[in-house]
Design a protein around this ligand. Structure first.
Ligand SMILES: O=C(O)CCC(=O)C1=CC=C[C@@H](O)[C@@H]1C(=O)O
Ligand SMILES: [Mg+2]
Length: 370
């Protein structure tokens, strides 16, 4: 039984070690919340919001997740939980707001796993504590700088490289990278930078033997992606289009993609991400765990998700030191030969580094749950 007594929202501002540029914007810091739930025995469970500060990626923002957590989700924590999966059922009056739900649900799962003395990844049904990871590299000022960045990640052991592309910054870059690294697992993410008017142009990507092209077309589209997938050999991976089980059903019915990037935040937490994972497995859709430039808590939770058996492709969330000068967990997430080994400790498996948390915290708000 989980009886929550307190919800603490820690607002955090953390500068990224390197700015991350995609087709839509450059991100140089993350403004987010660490959620801390305290139960009647004094156990603490942690979650993290992954929304950005403006709605460029999905409709949620740091401000909307805060509002929803405080005014809609905190009140439904008062009745005790038998199991974390009841949370999402109680969320029925709240449509969407997936990232707000995921942060709170993640903290409930952490509490539950700690109460049962098991690692979070085992509590959610994960089977493999060894997660292969790749590196997502933002756009760079020129090709030599990009090649250097790729080489650095390969030297650190990352098992596949994801590049960001957009019209005018695609063919030449992919050509140069493929010539320099003929054998690496390579993919490209467009964050909706193209339309079907670019069909002939996109067809040329087939020559680069990409593992996949991620979200080439509109963020909410299924029909045009299905048309595109018929015309290109490169598998399409949907990211922004996939938030719910119905989205996955639509993508399957229309043949809009061959691969899906599952993210905890987009799915609204573990319970729904698991259902998406299972439906994809039944329909031969490959899945992999995408990243959201998370700090330590969100990173640990995404990695736990990536231990489910159908996550067969390398995940995005890598070592803490790729992103942060200092992460807010202890130890930091580390990579060894392209693999992150999840700790065998109860819950998320990492301790909160209280000093780092306080250093990057801009506000702390405690809400009694009654
Ligand atoms: O966390 C990571 O390492 C991957 C980050 C990443 O590629 C993305 C995070 C958030 C928004 C996007 O720019 C992008 C994505 O679309 O997958
Ligand atoms: Mg993406």
């Amino acid at each position: 039984m989980i009886q929550i007594e307190q919800l603490i929202m820690h607002r955090m501002k953390m500068p990224l070690k390197h700015p991350f540029t995609n087709s839509r914007r450059t991100i140089d810091e993350k403004d987010f919340y660490i959620i801390e739930l305290v139960d009647q025995a004094g156990n603490r469970g942690y979650g993290e919001t992954v929304a950005f500060d403006t709605p460029w990626y999905t409709e949620e923002t740091t401000t909307t997740v805060r509002y929803i957590m405080e005014h809609e989700l905190a009140p439904i924590l008062a009745t005790p939980f038998d199991h974390p999966s009841s949370f999402i059922k109680r969320c029925q009056p709240v449509r969407r707001h997936q990232m707000a739900k995921a942060a709170v649900e993640g903290a409930i799962w952490d509490l539950y796993a700690k109460q049962h003395d098991v690692p979070l990844y085992k509590a959610i049904g994960g089977t493999n504590s060894q997660v292969p990871v790749g590196a997502a590299i933002g756009m760079k000022e020129d090709i030599p700088t990009l090649i250097e960045a790729i080489q650095r990640e390969i030297d650190h052991g990352y098992k596949r490289i994801k590049l960001k592309i957009k019209p005018g910054r695609d063919l030449q870059i992919l050509d140069a990278v493929r010539s320099e690294f003929p054998d690496i697992l390579l993919m490209a993410d467009a964050n909706s930078a193209y339309t079907l008017d670019d069909l002939d142009h996109i067809k040329q990507f087939d020559q680069f033997d990409l593992m996949m092209i991620e979200q080439p077309l509109a963020h909410d589209d299924f029909v045009d992606h299905a048309i595109l997938q018929k015309e290109i050999r490169t598998p399409i991976c949907l990211d922004e289009s996939i938030h719910t089980l119905s989205d996955v059903k639509t993508a399957i019915a229309l043949h809009s993609c061959q691969i899906i990037s599952v993210k905890l935040g987009k799915a609204g937490g573990f319970s729904q991400a698991k259902r998406i994972h299972d439906l994809c497995a039944e329909n031969n859709i490959q899945v992999w765990c995408g990243g959201m430039l998370e700090a330590g808590v969100g990173r640990a939770q995404s990695l736990a998700l990536a231990t489910l058996p159908n996550f067969t492709l390398p995940a995005d969330p890598g070592a803490s030191n790729r992103y942060w000068h200092q992460d807010i967990i202890n130890p930091e997430v580390e990579i060894n030969n392209g693999i992150i080994t999840l700790p065998d400790k109860p819950g998320i498996g990492y301790d909160i580094d209280e000093e780092a948390l306080q250093f990057y915290r801009t506000e702390r708000k405690s809400i009694p749950i009654t």
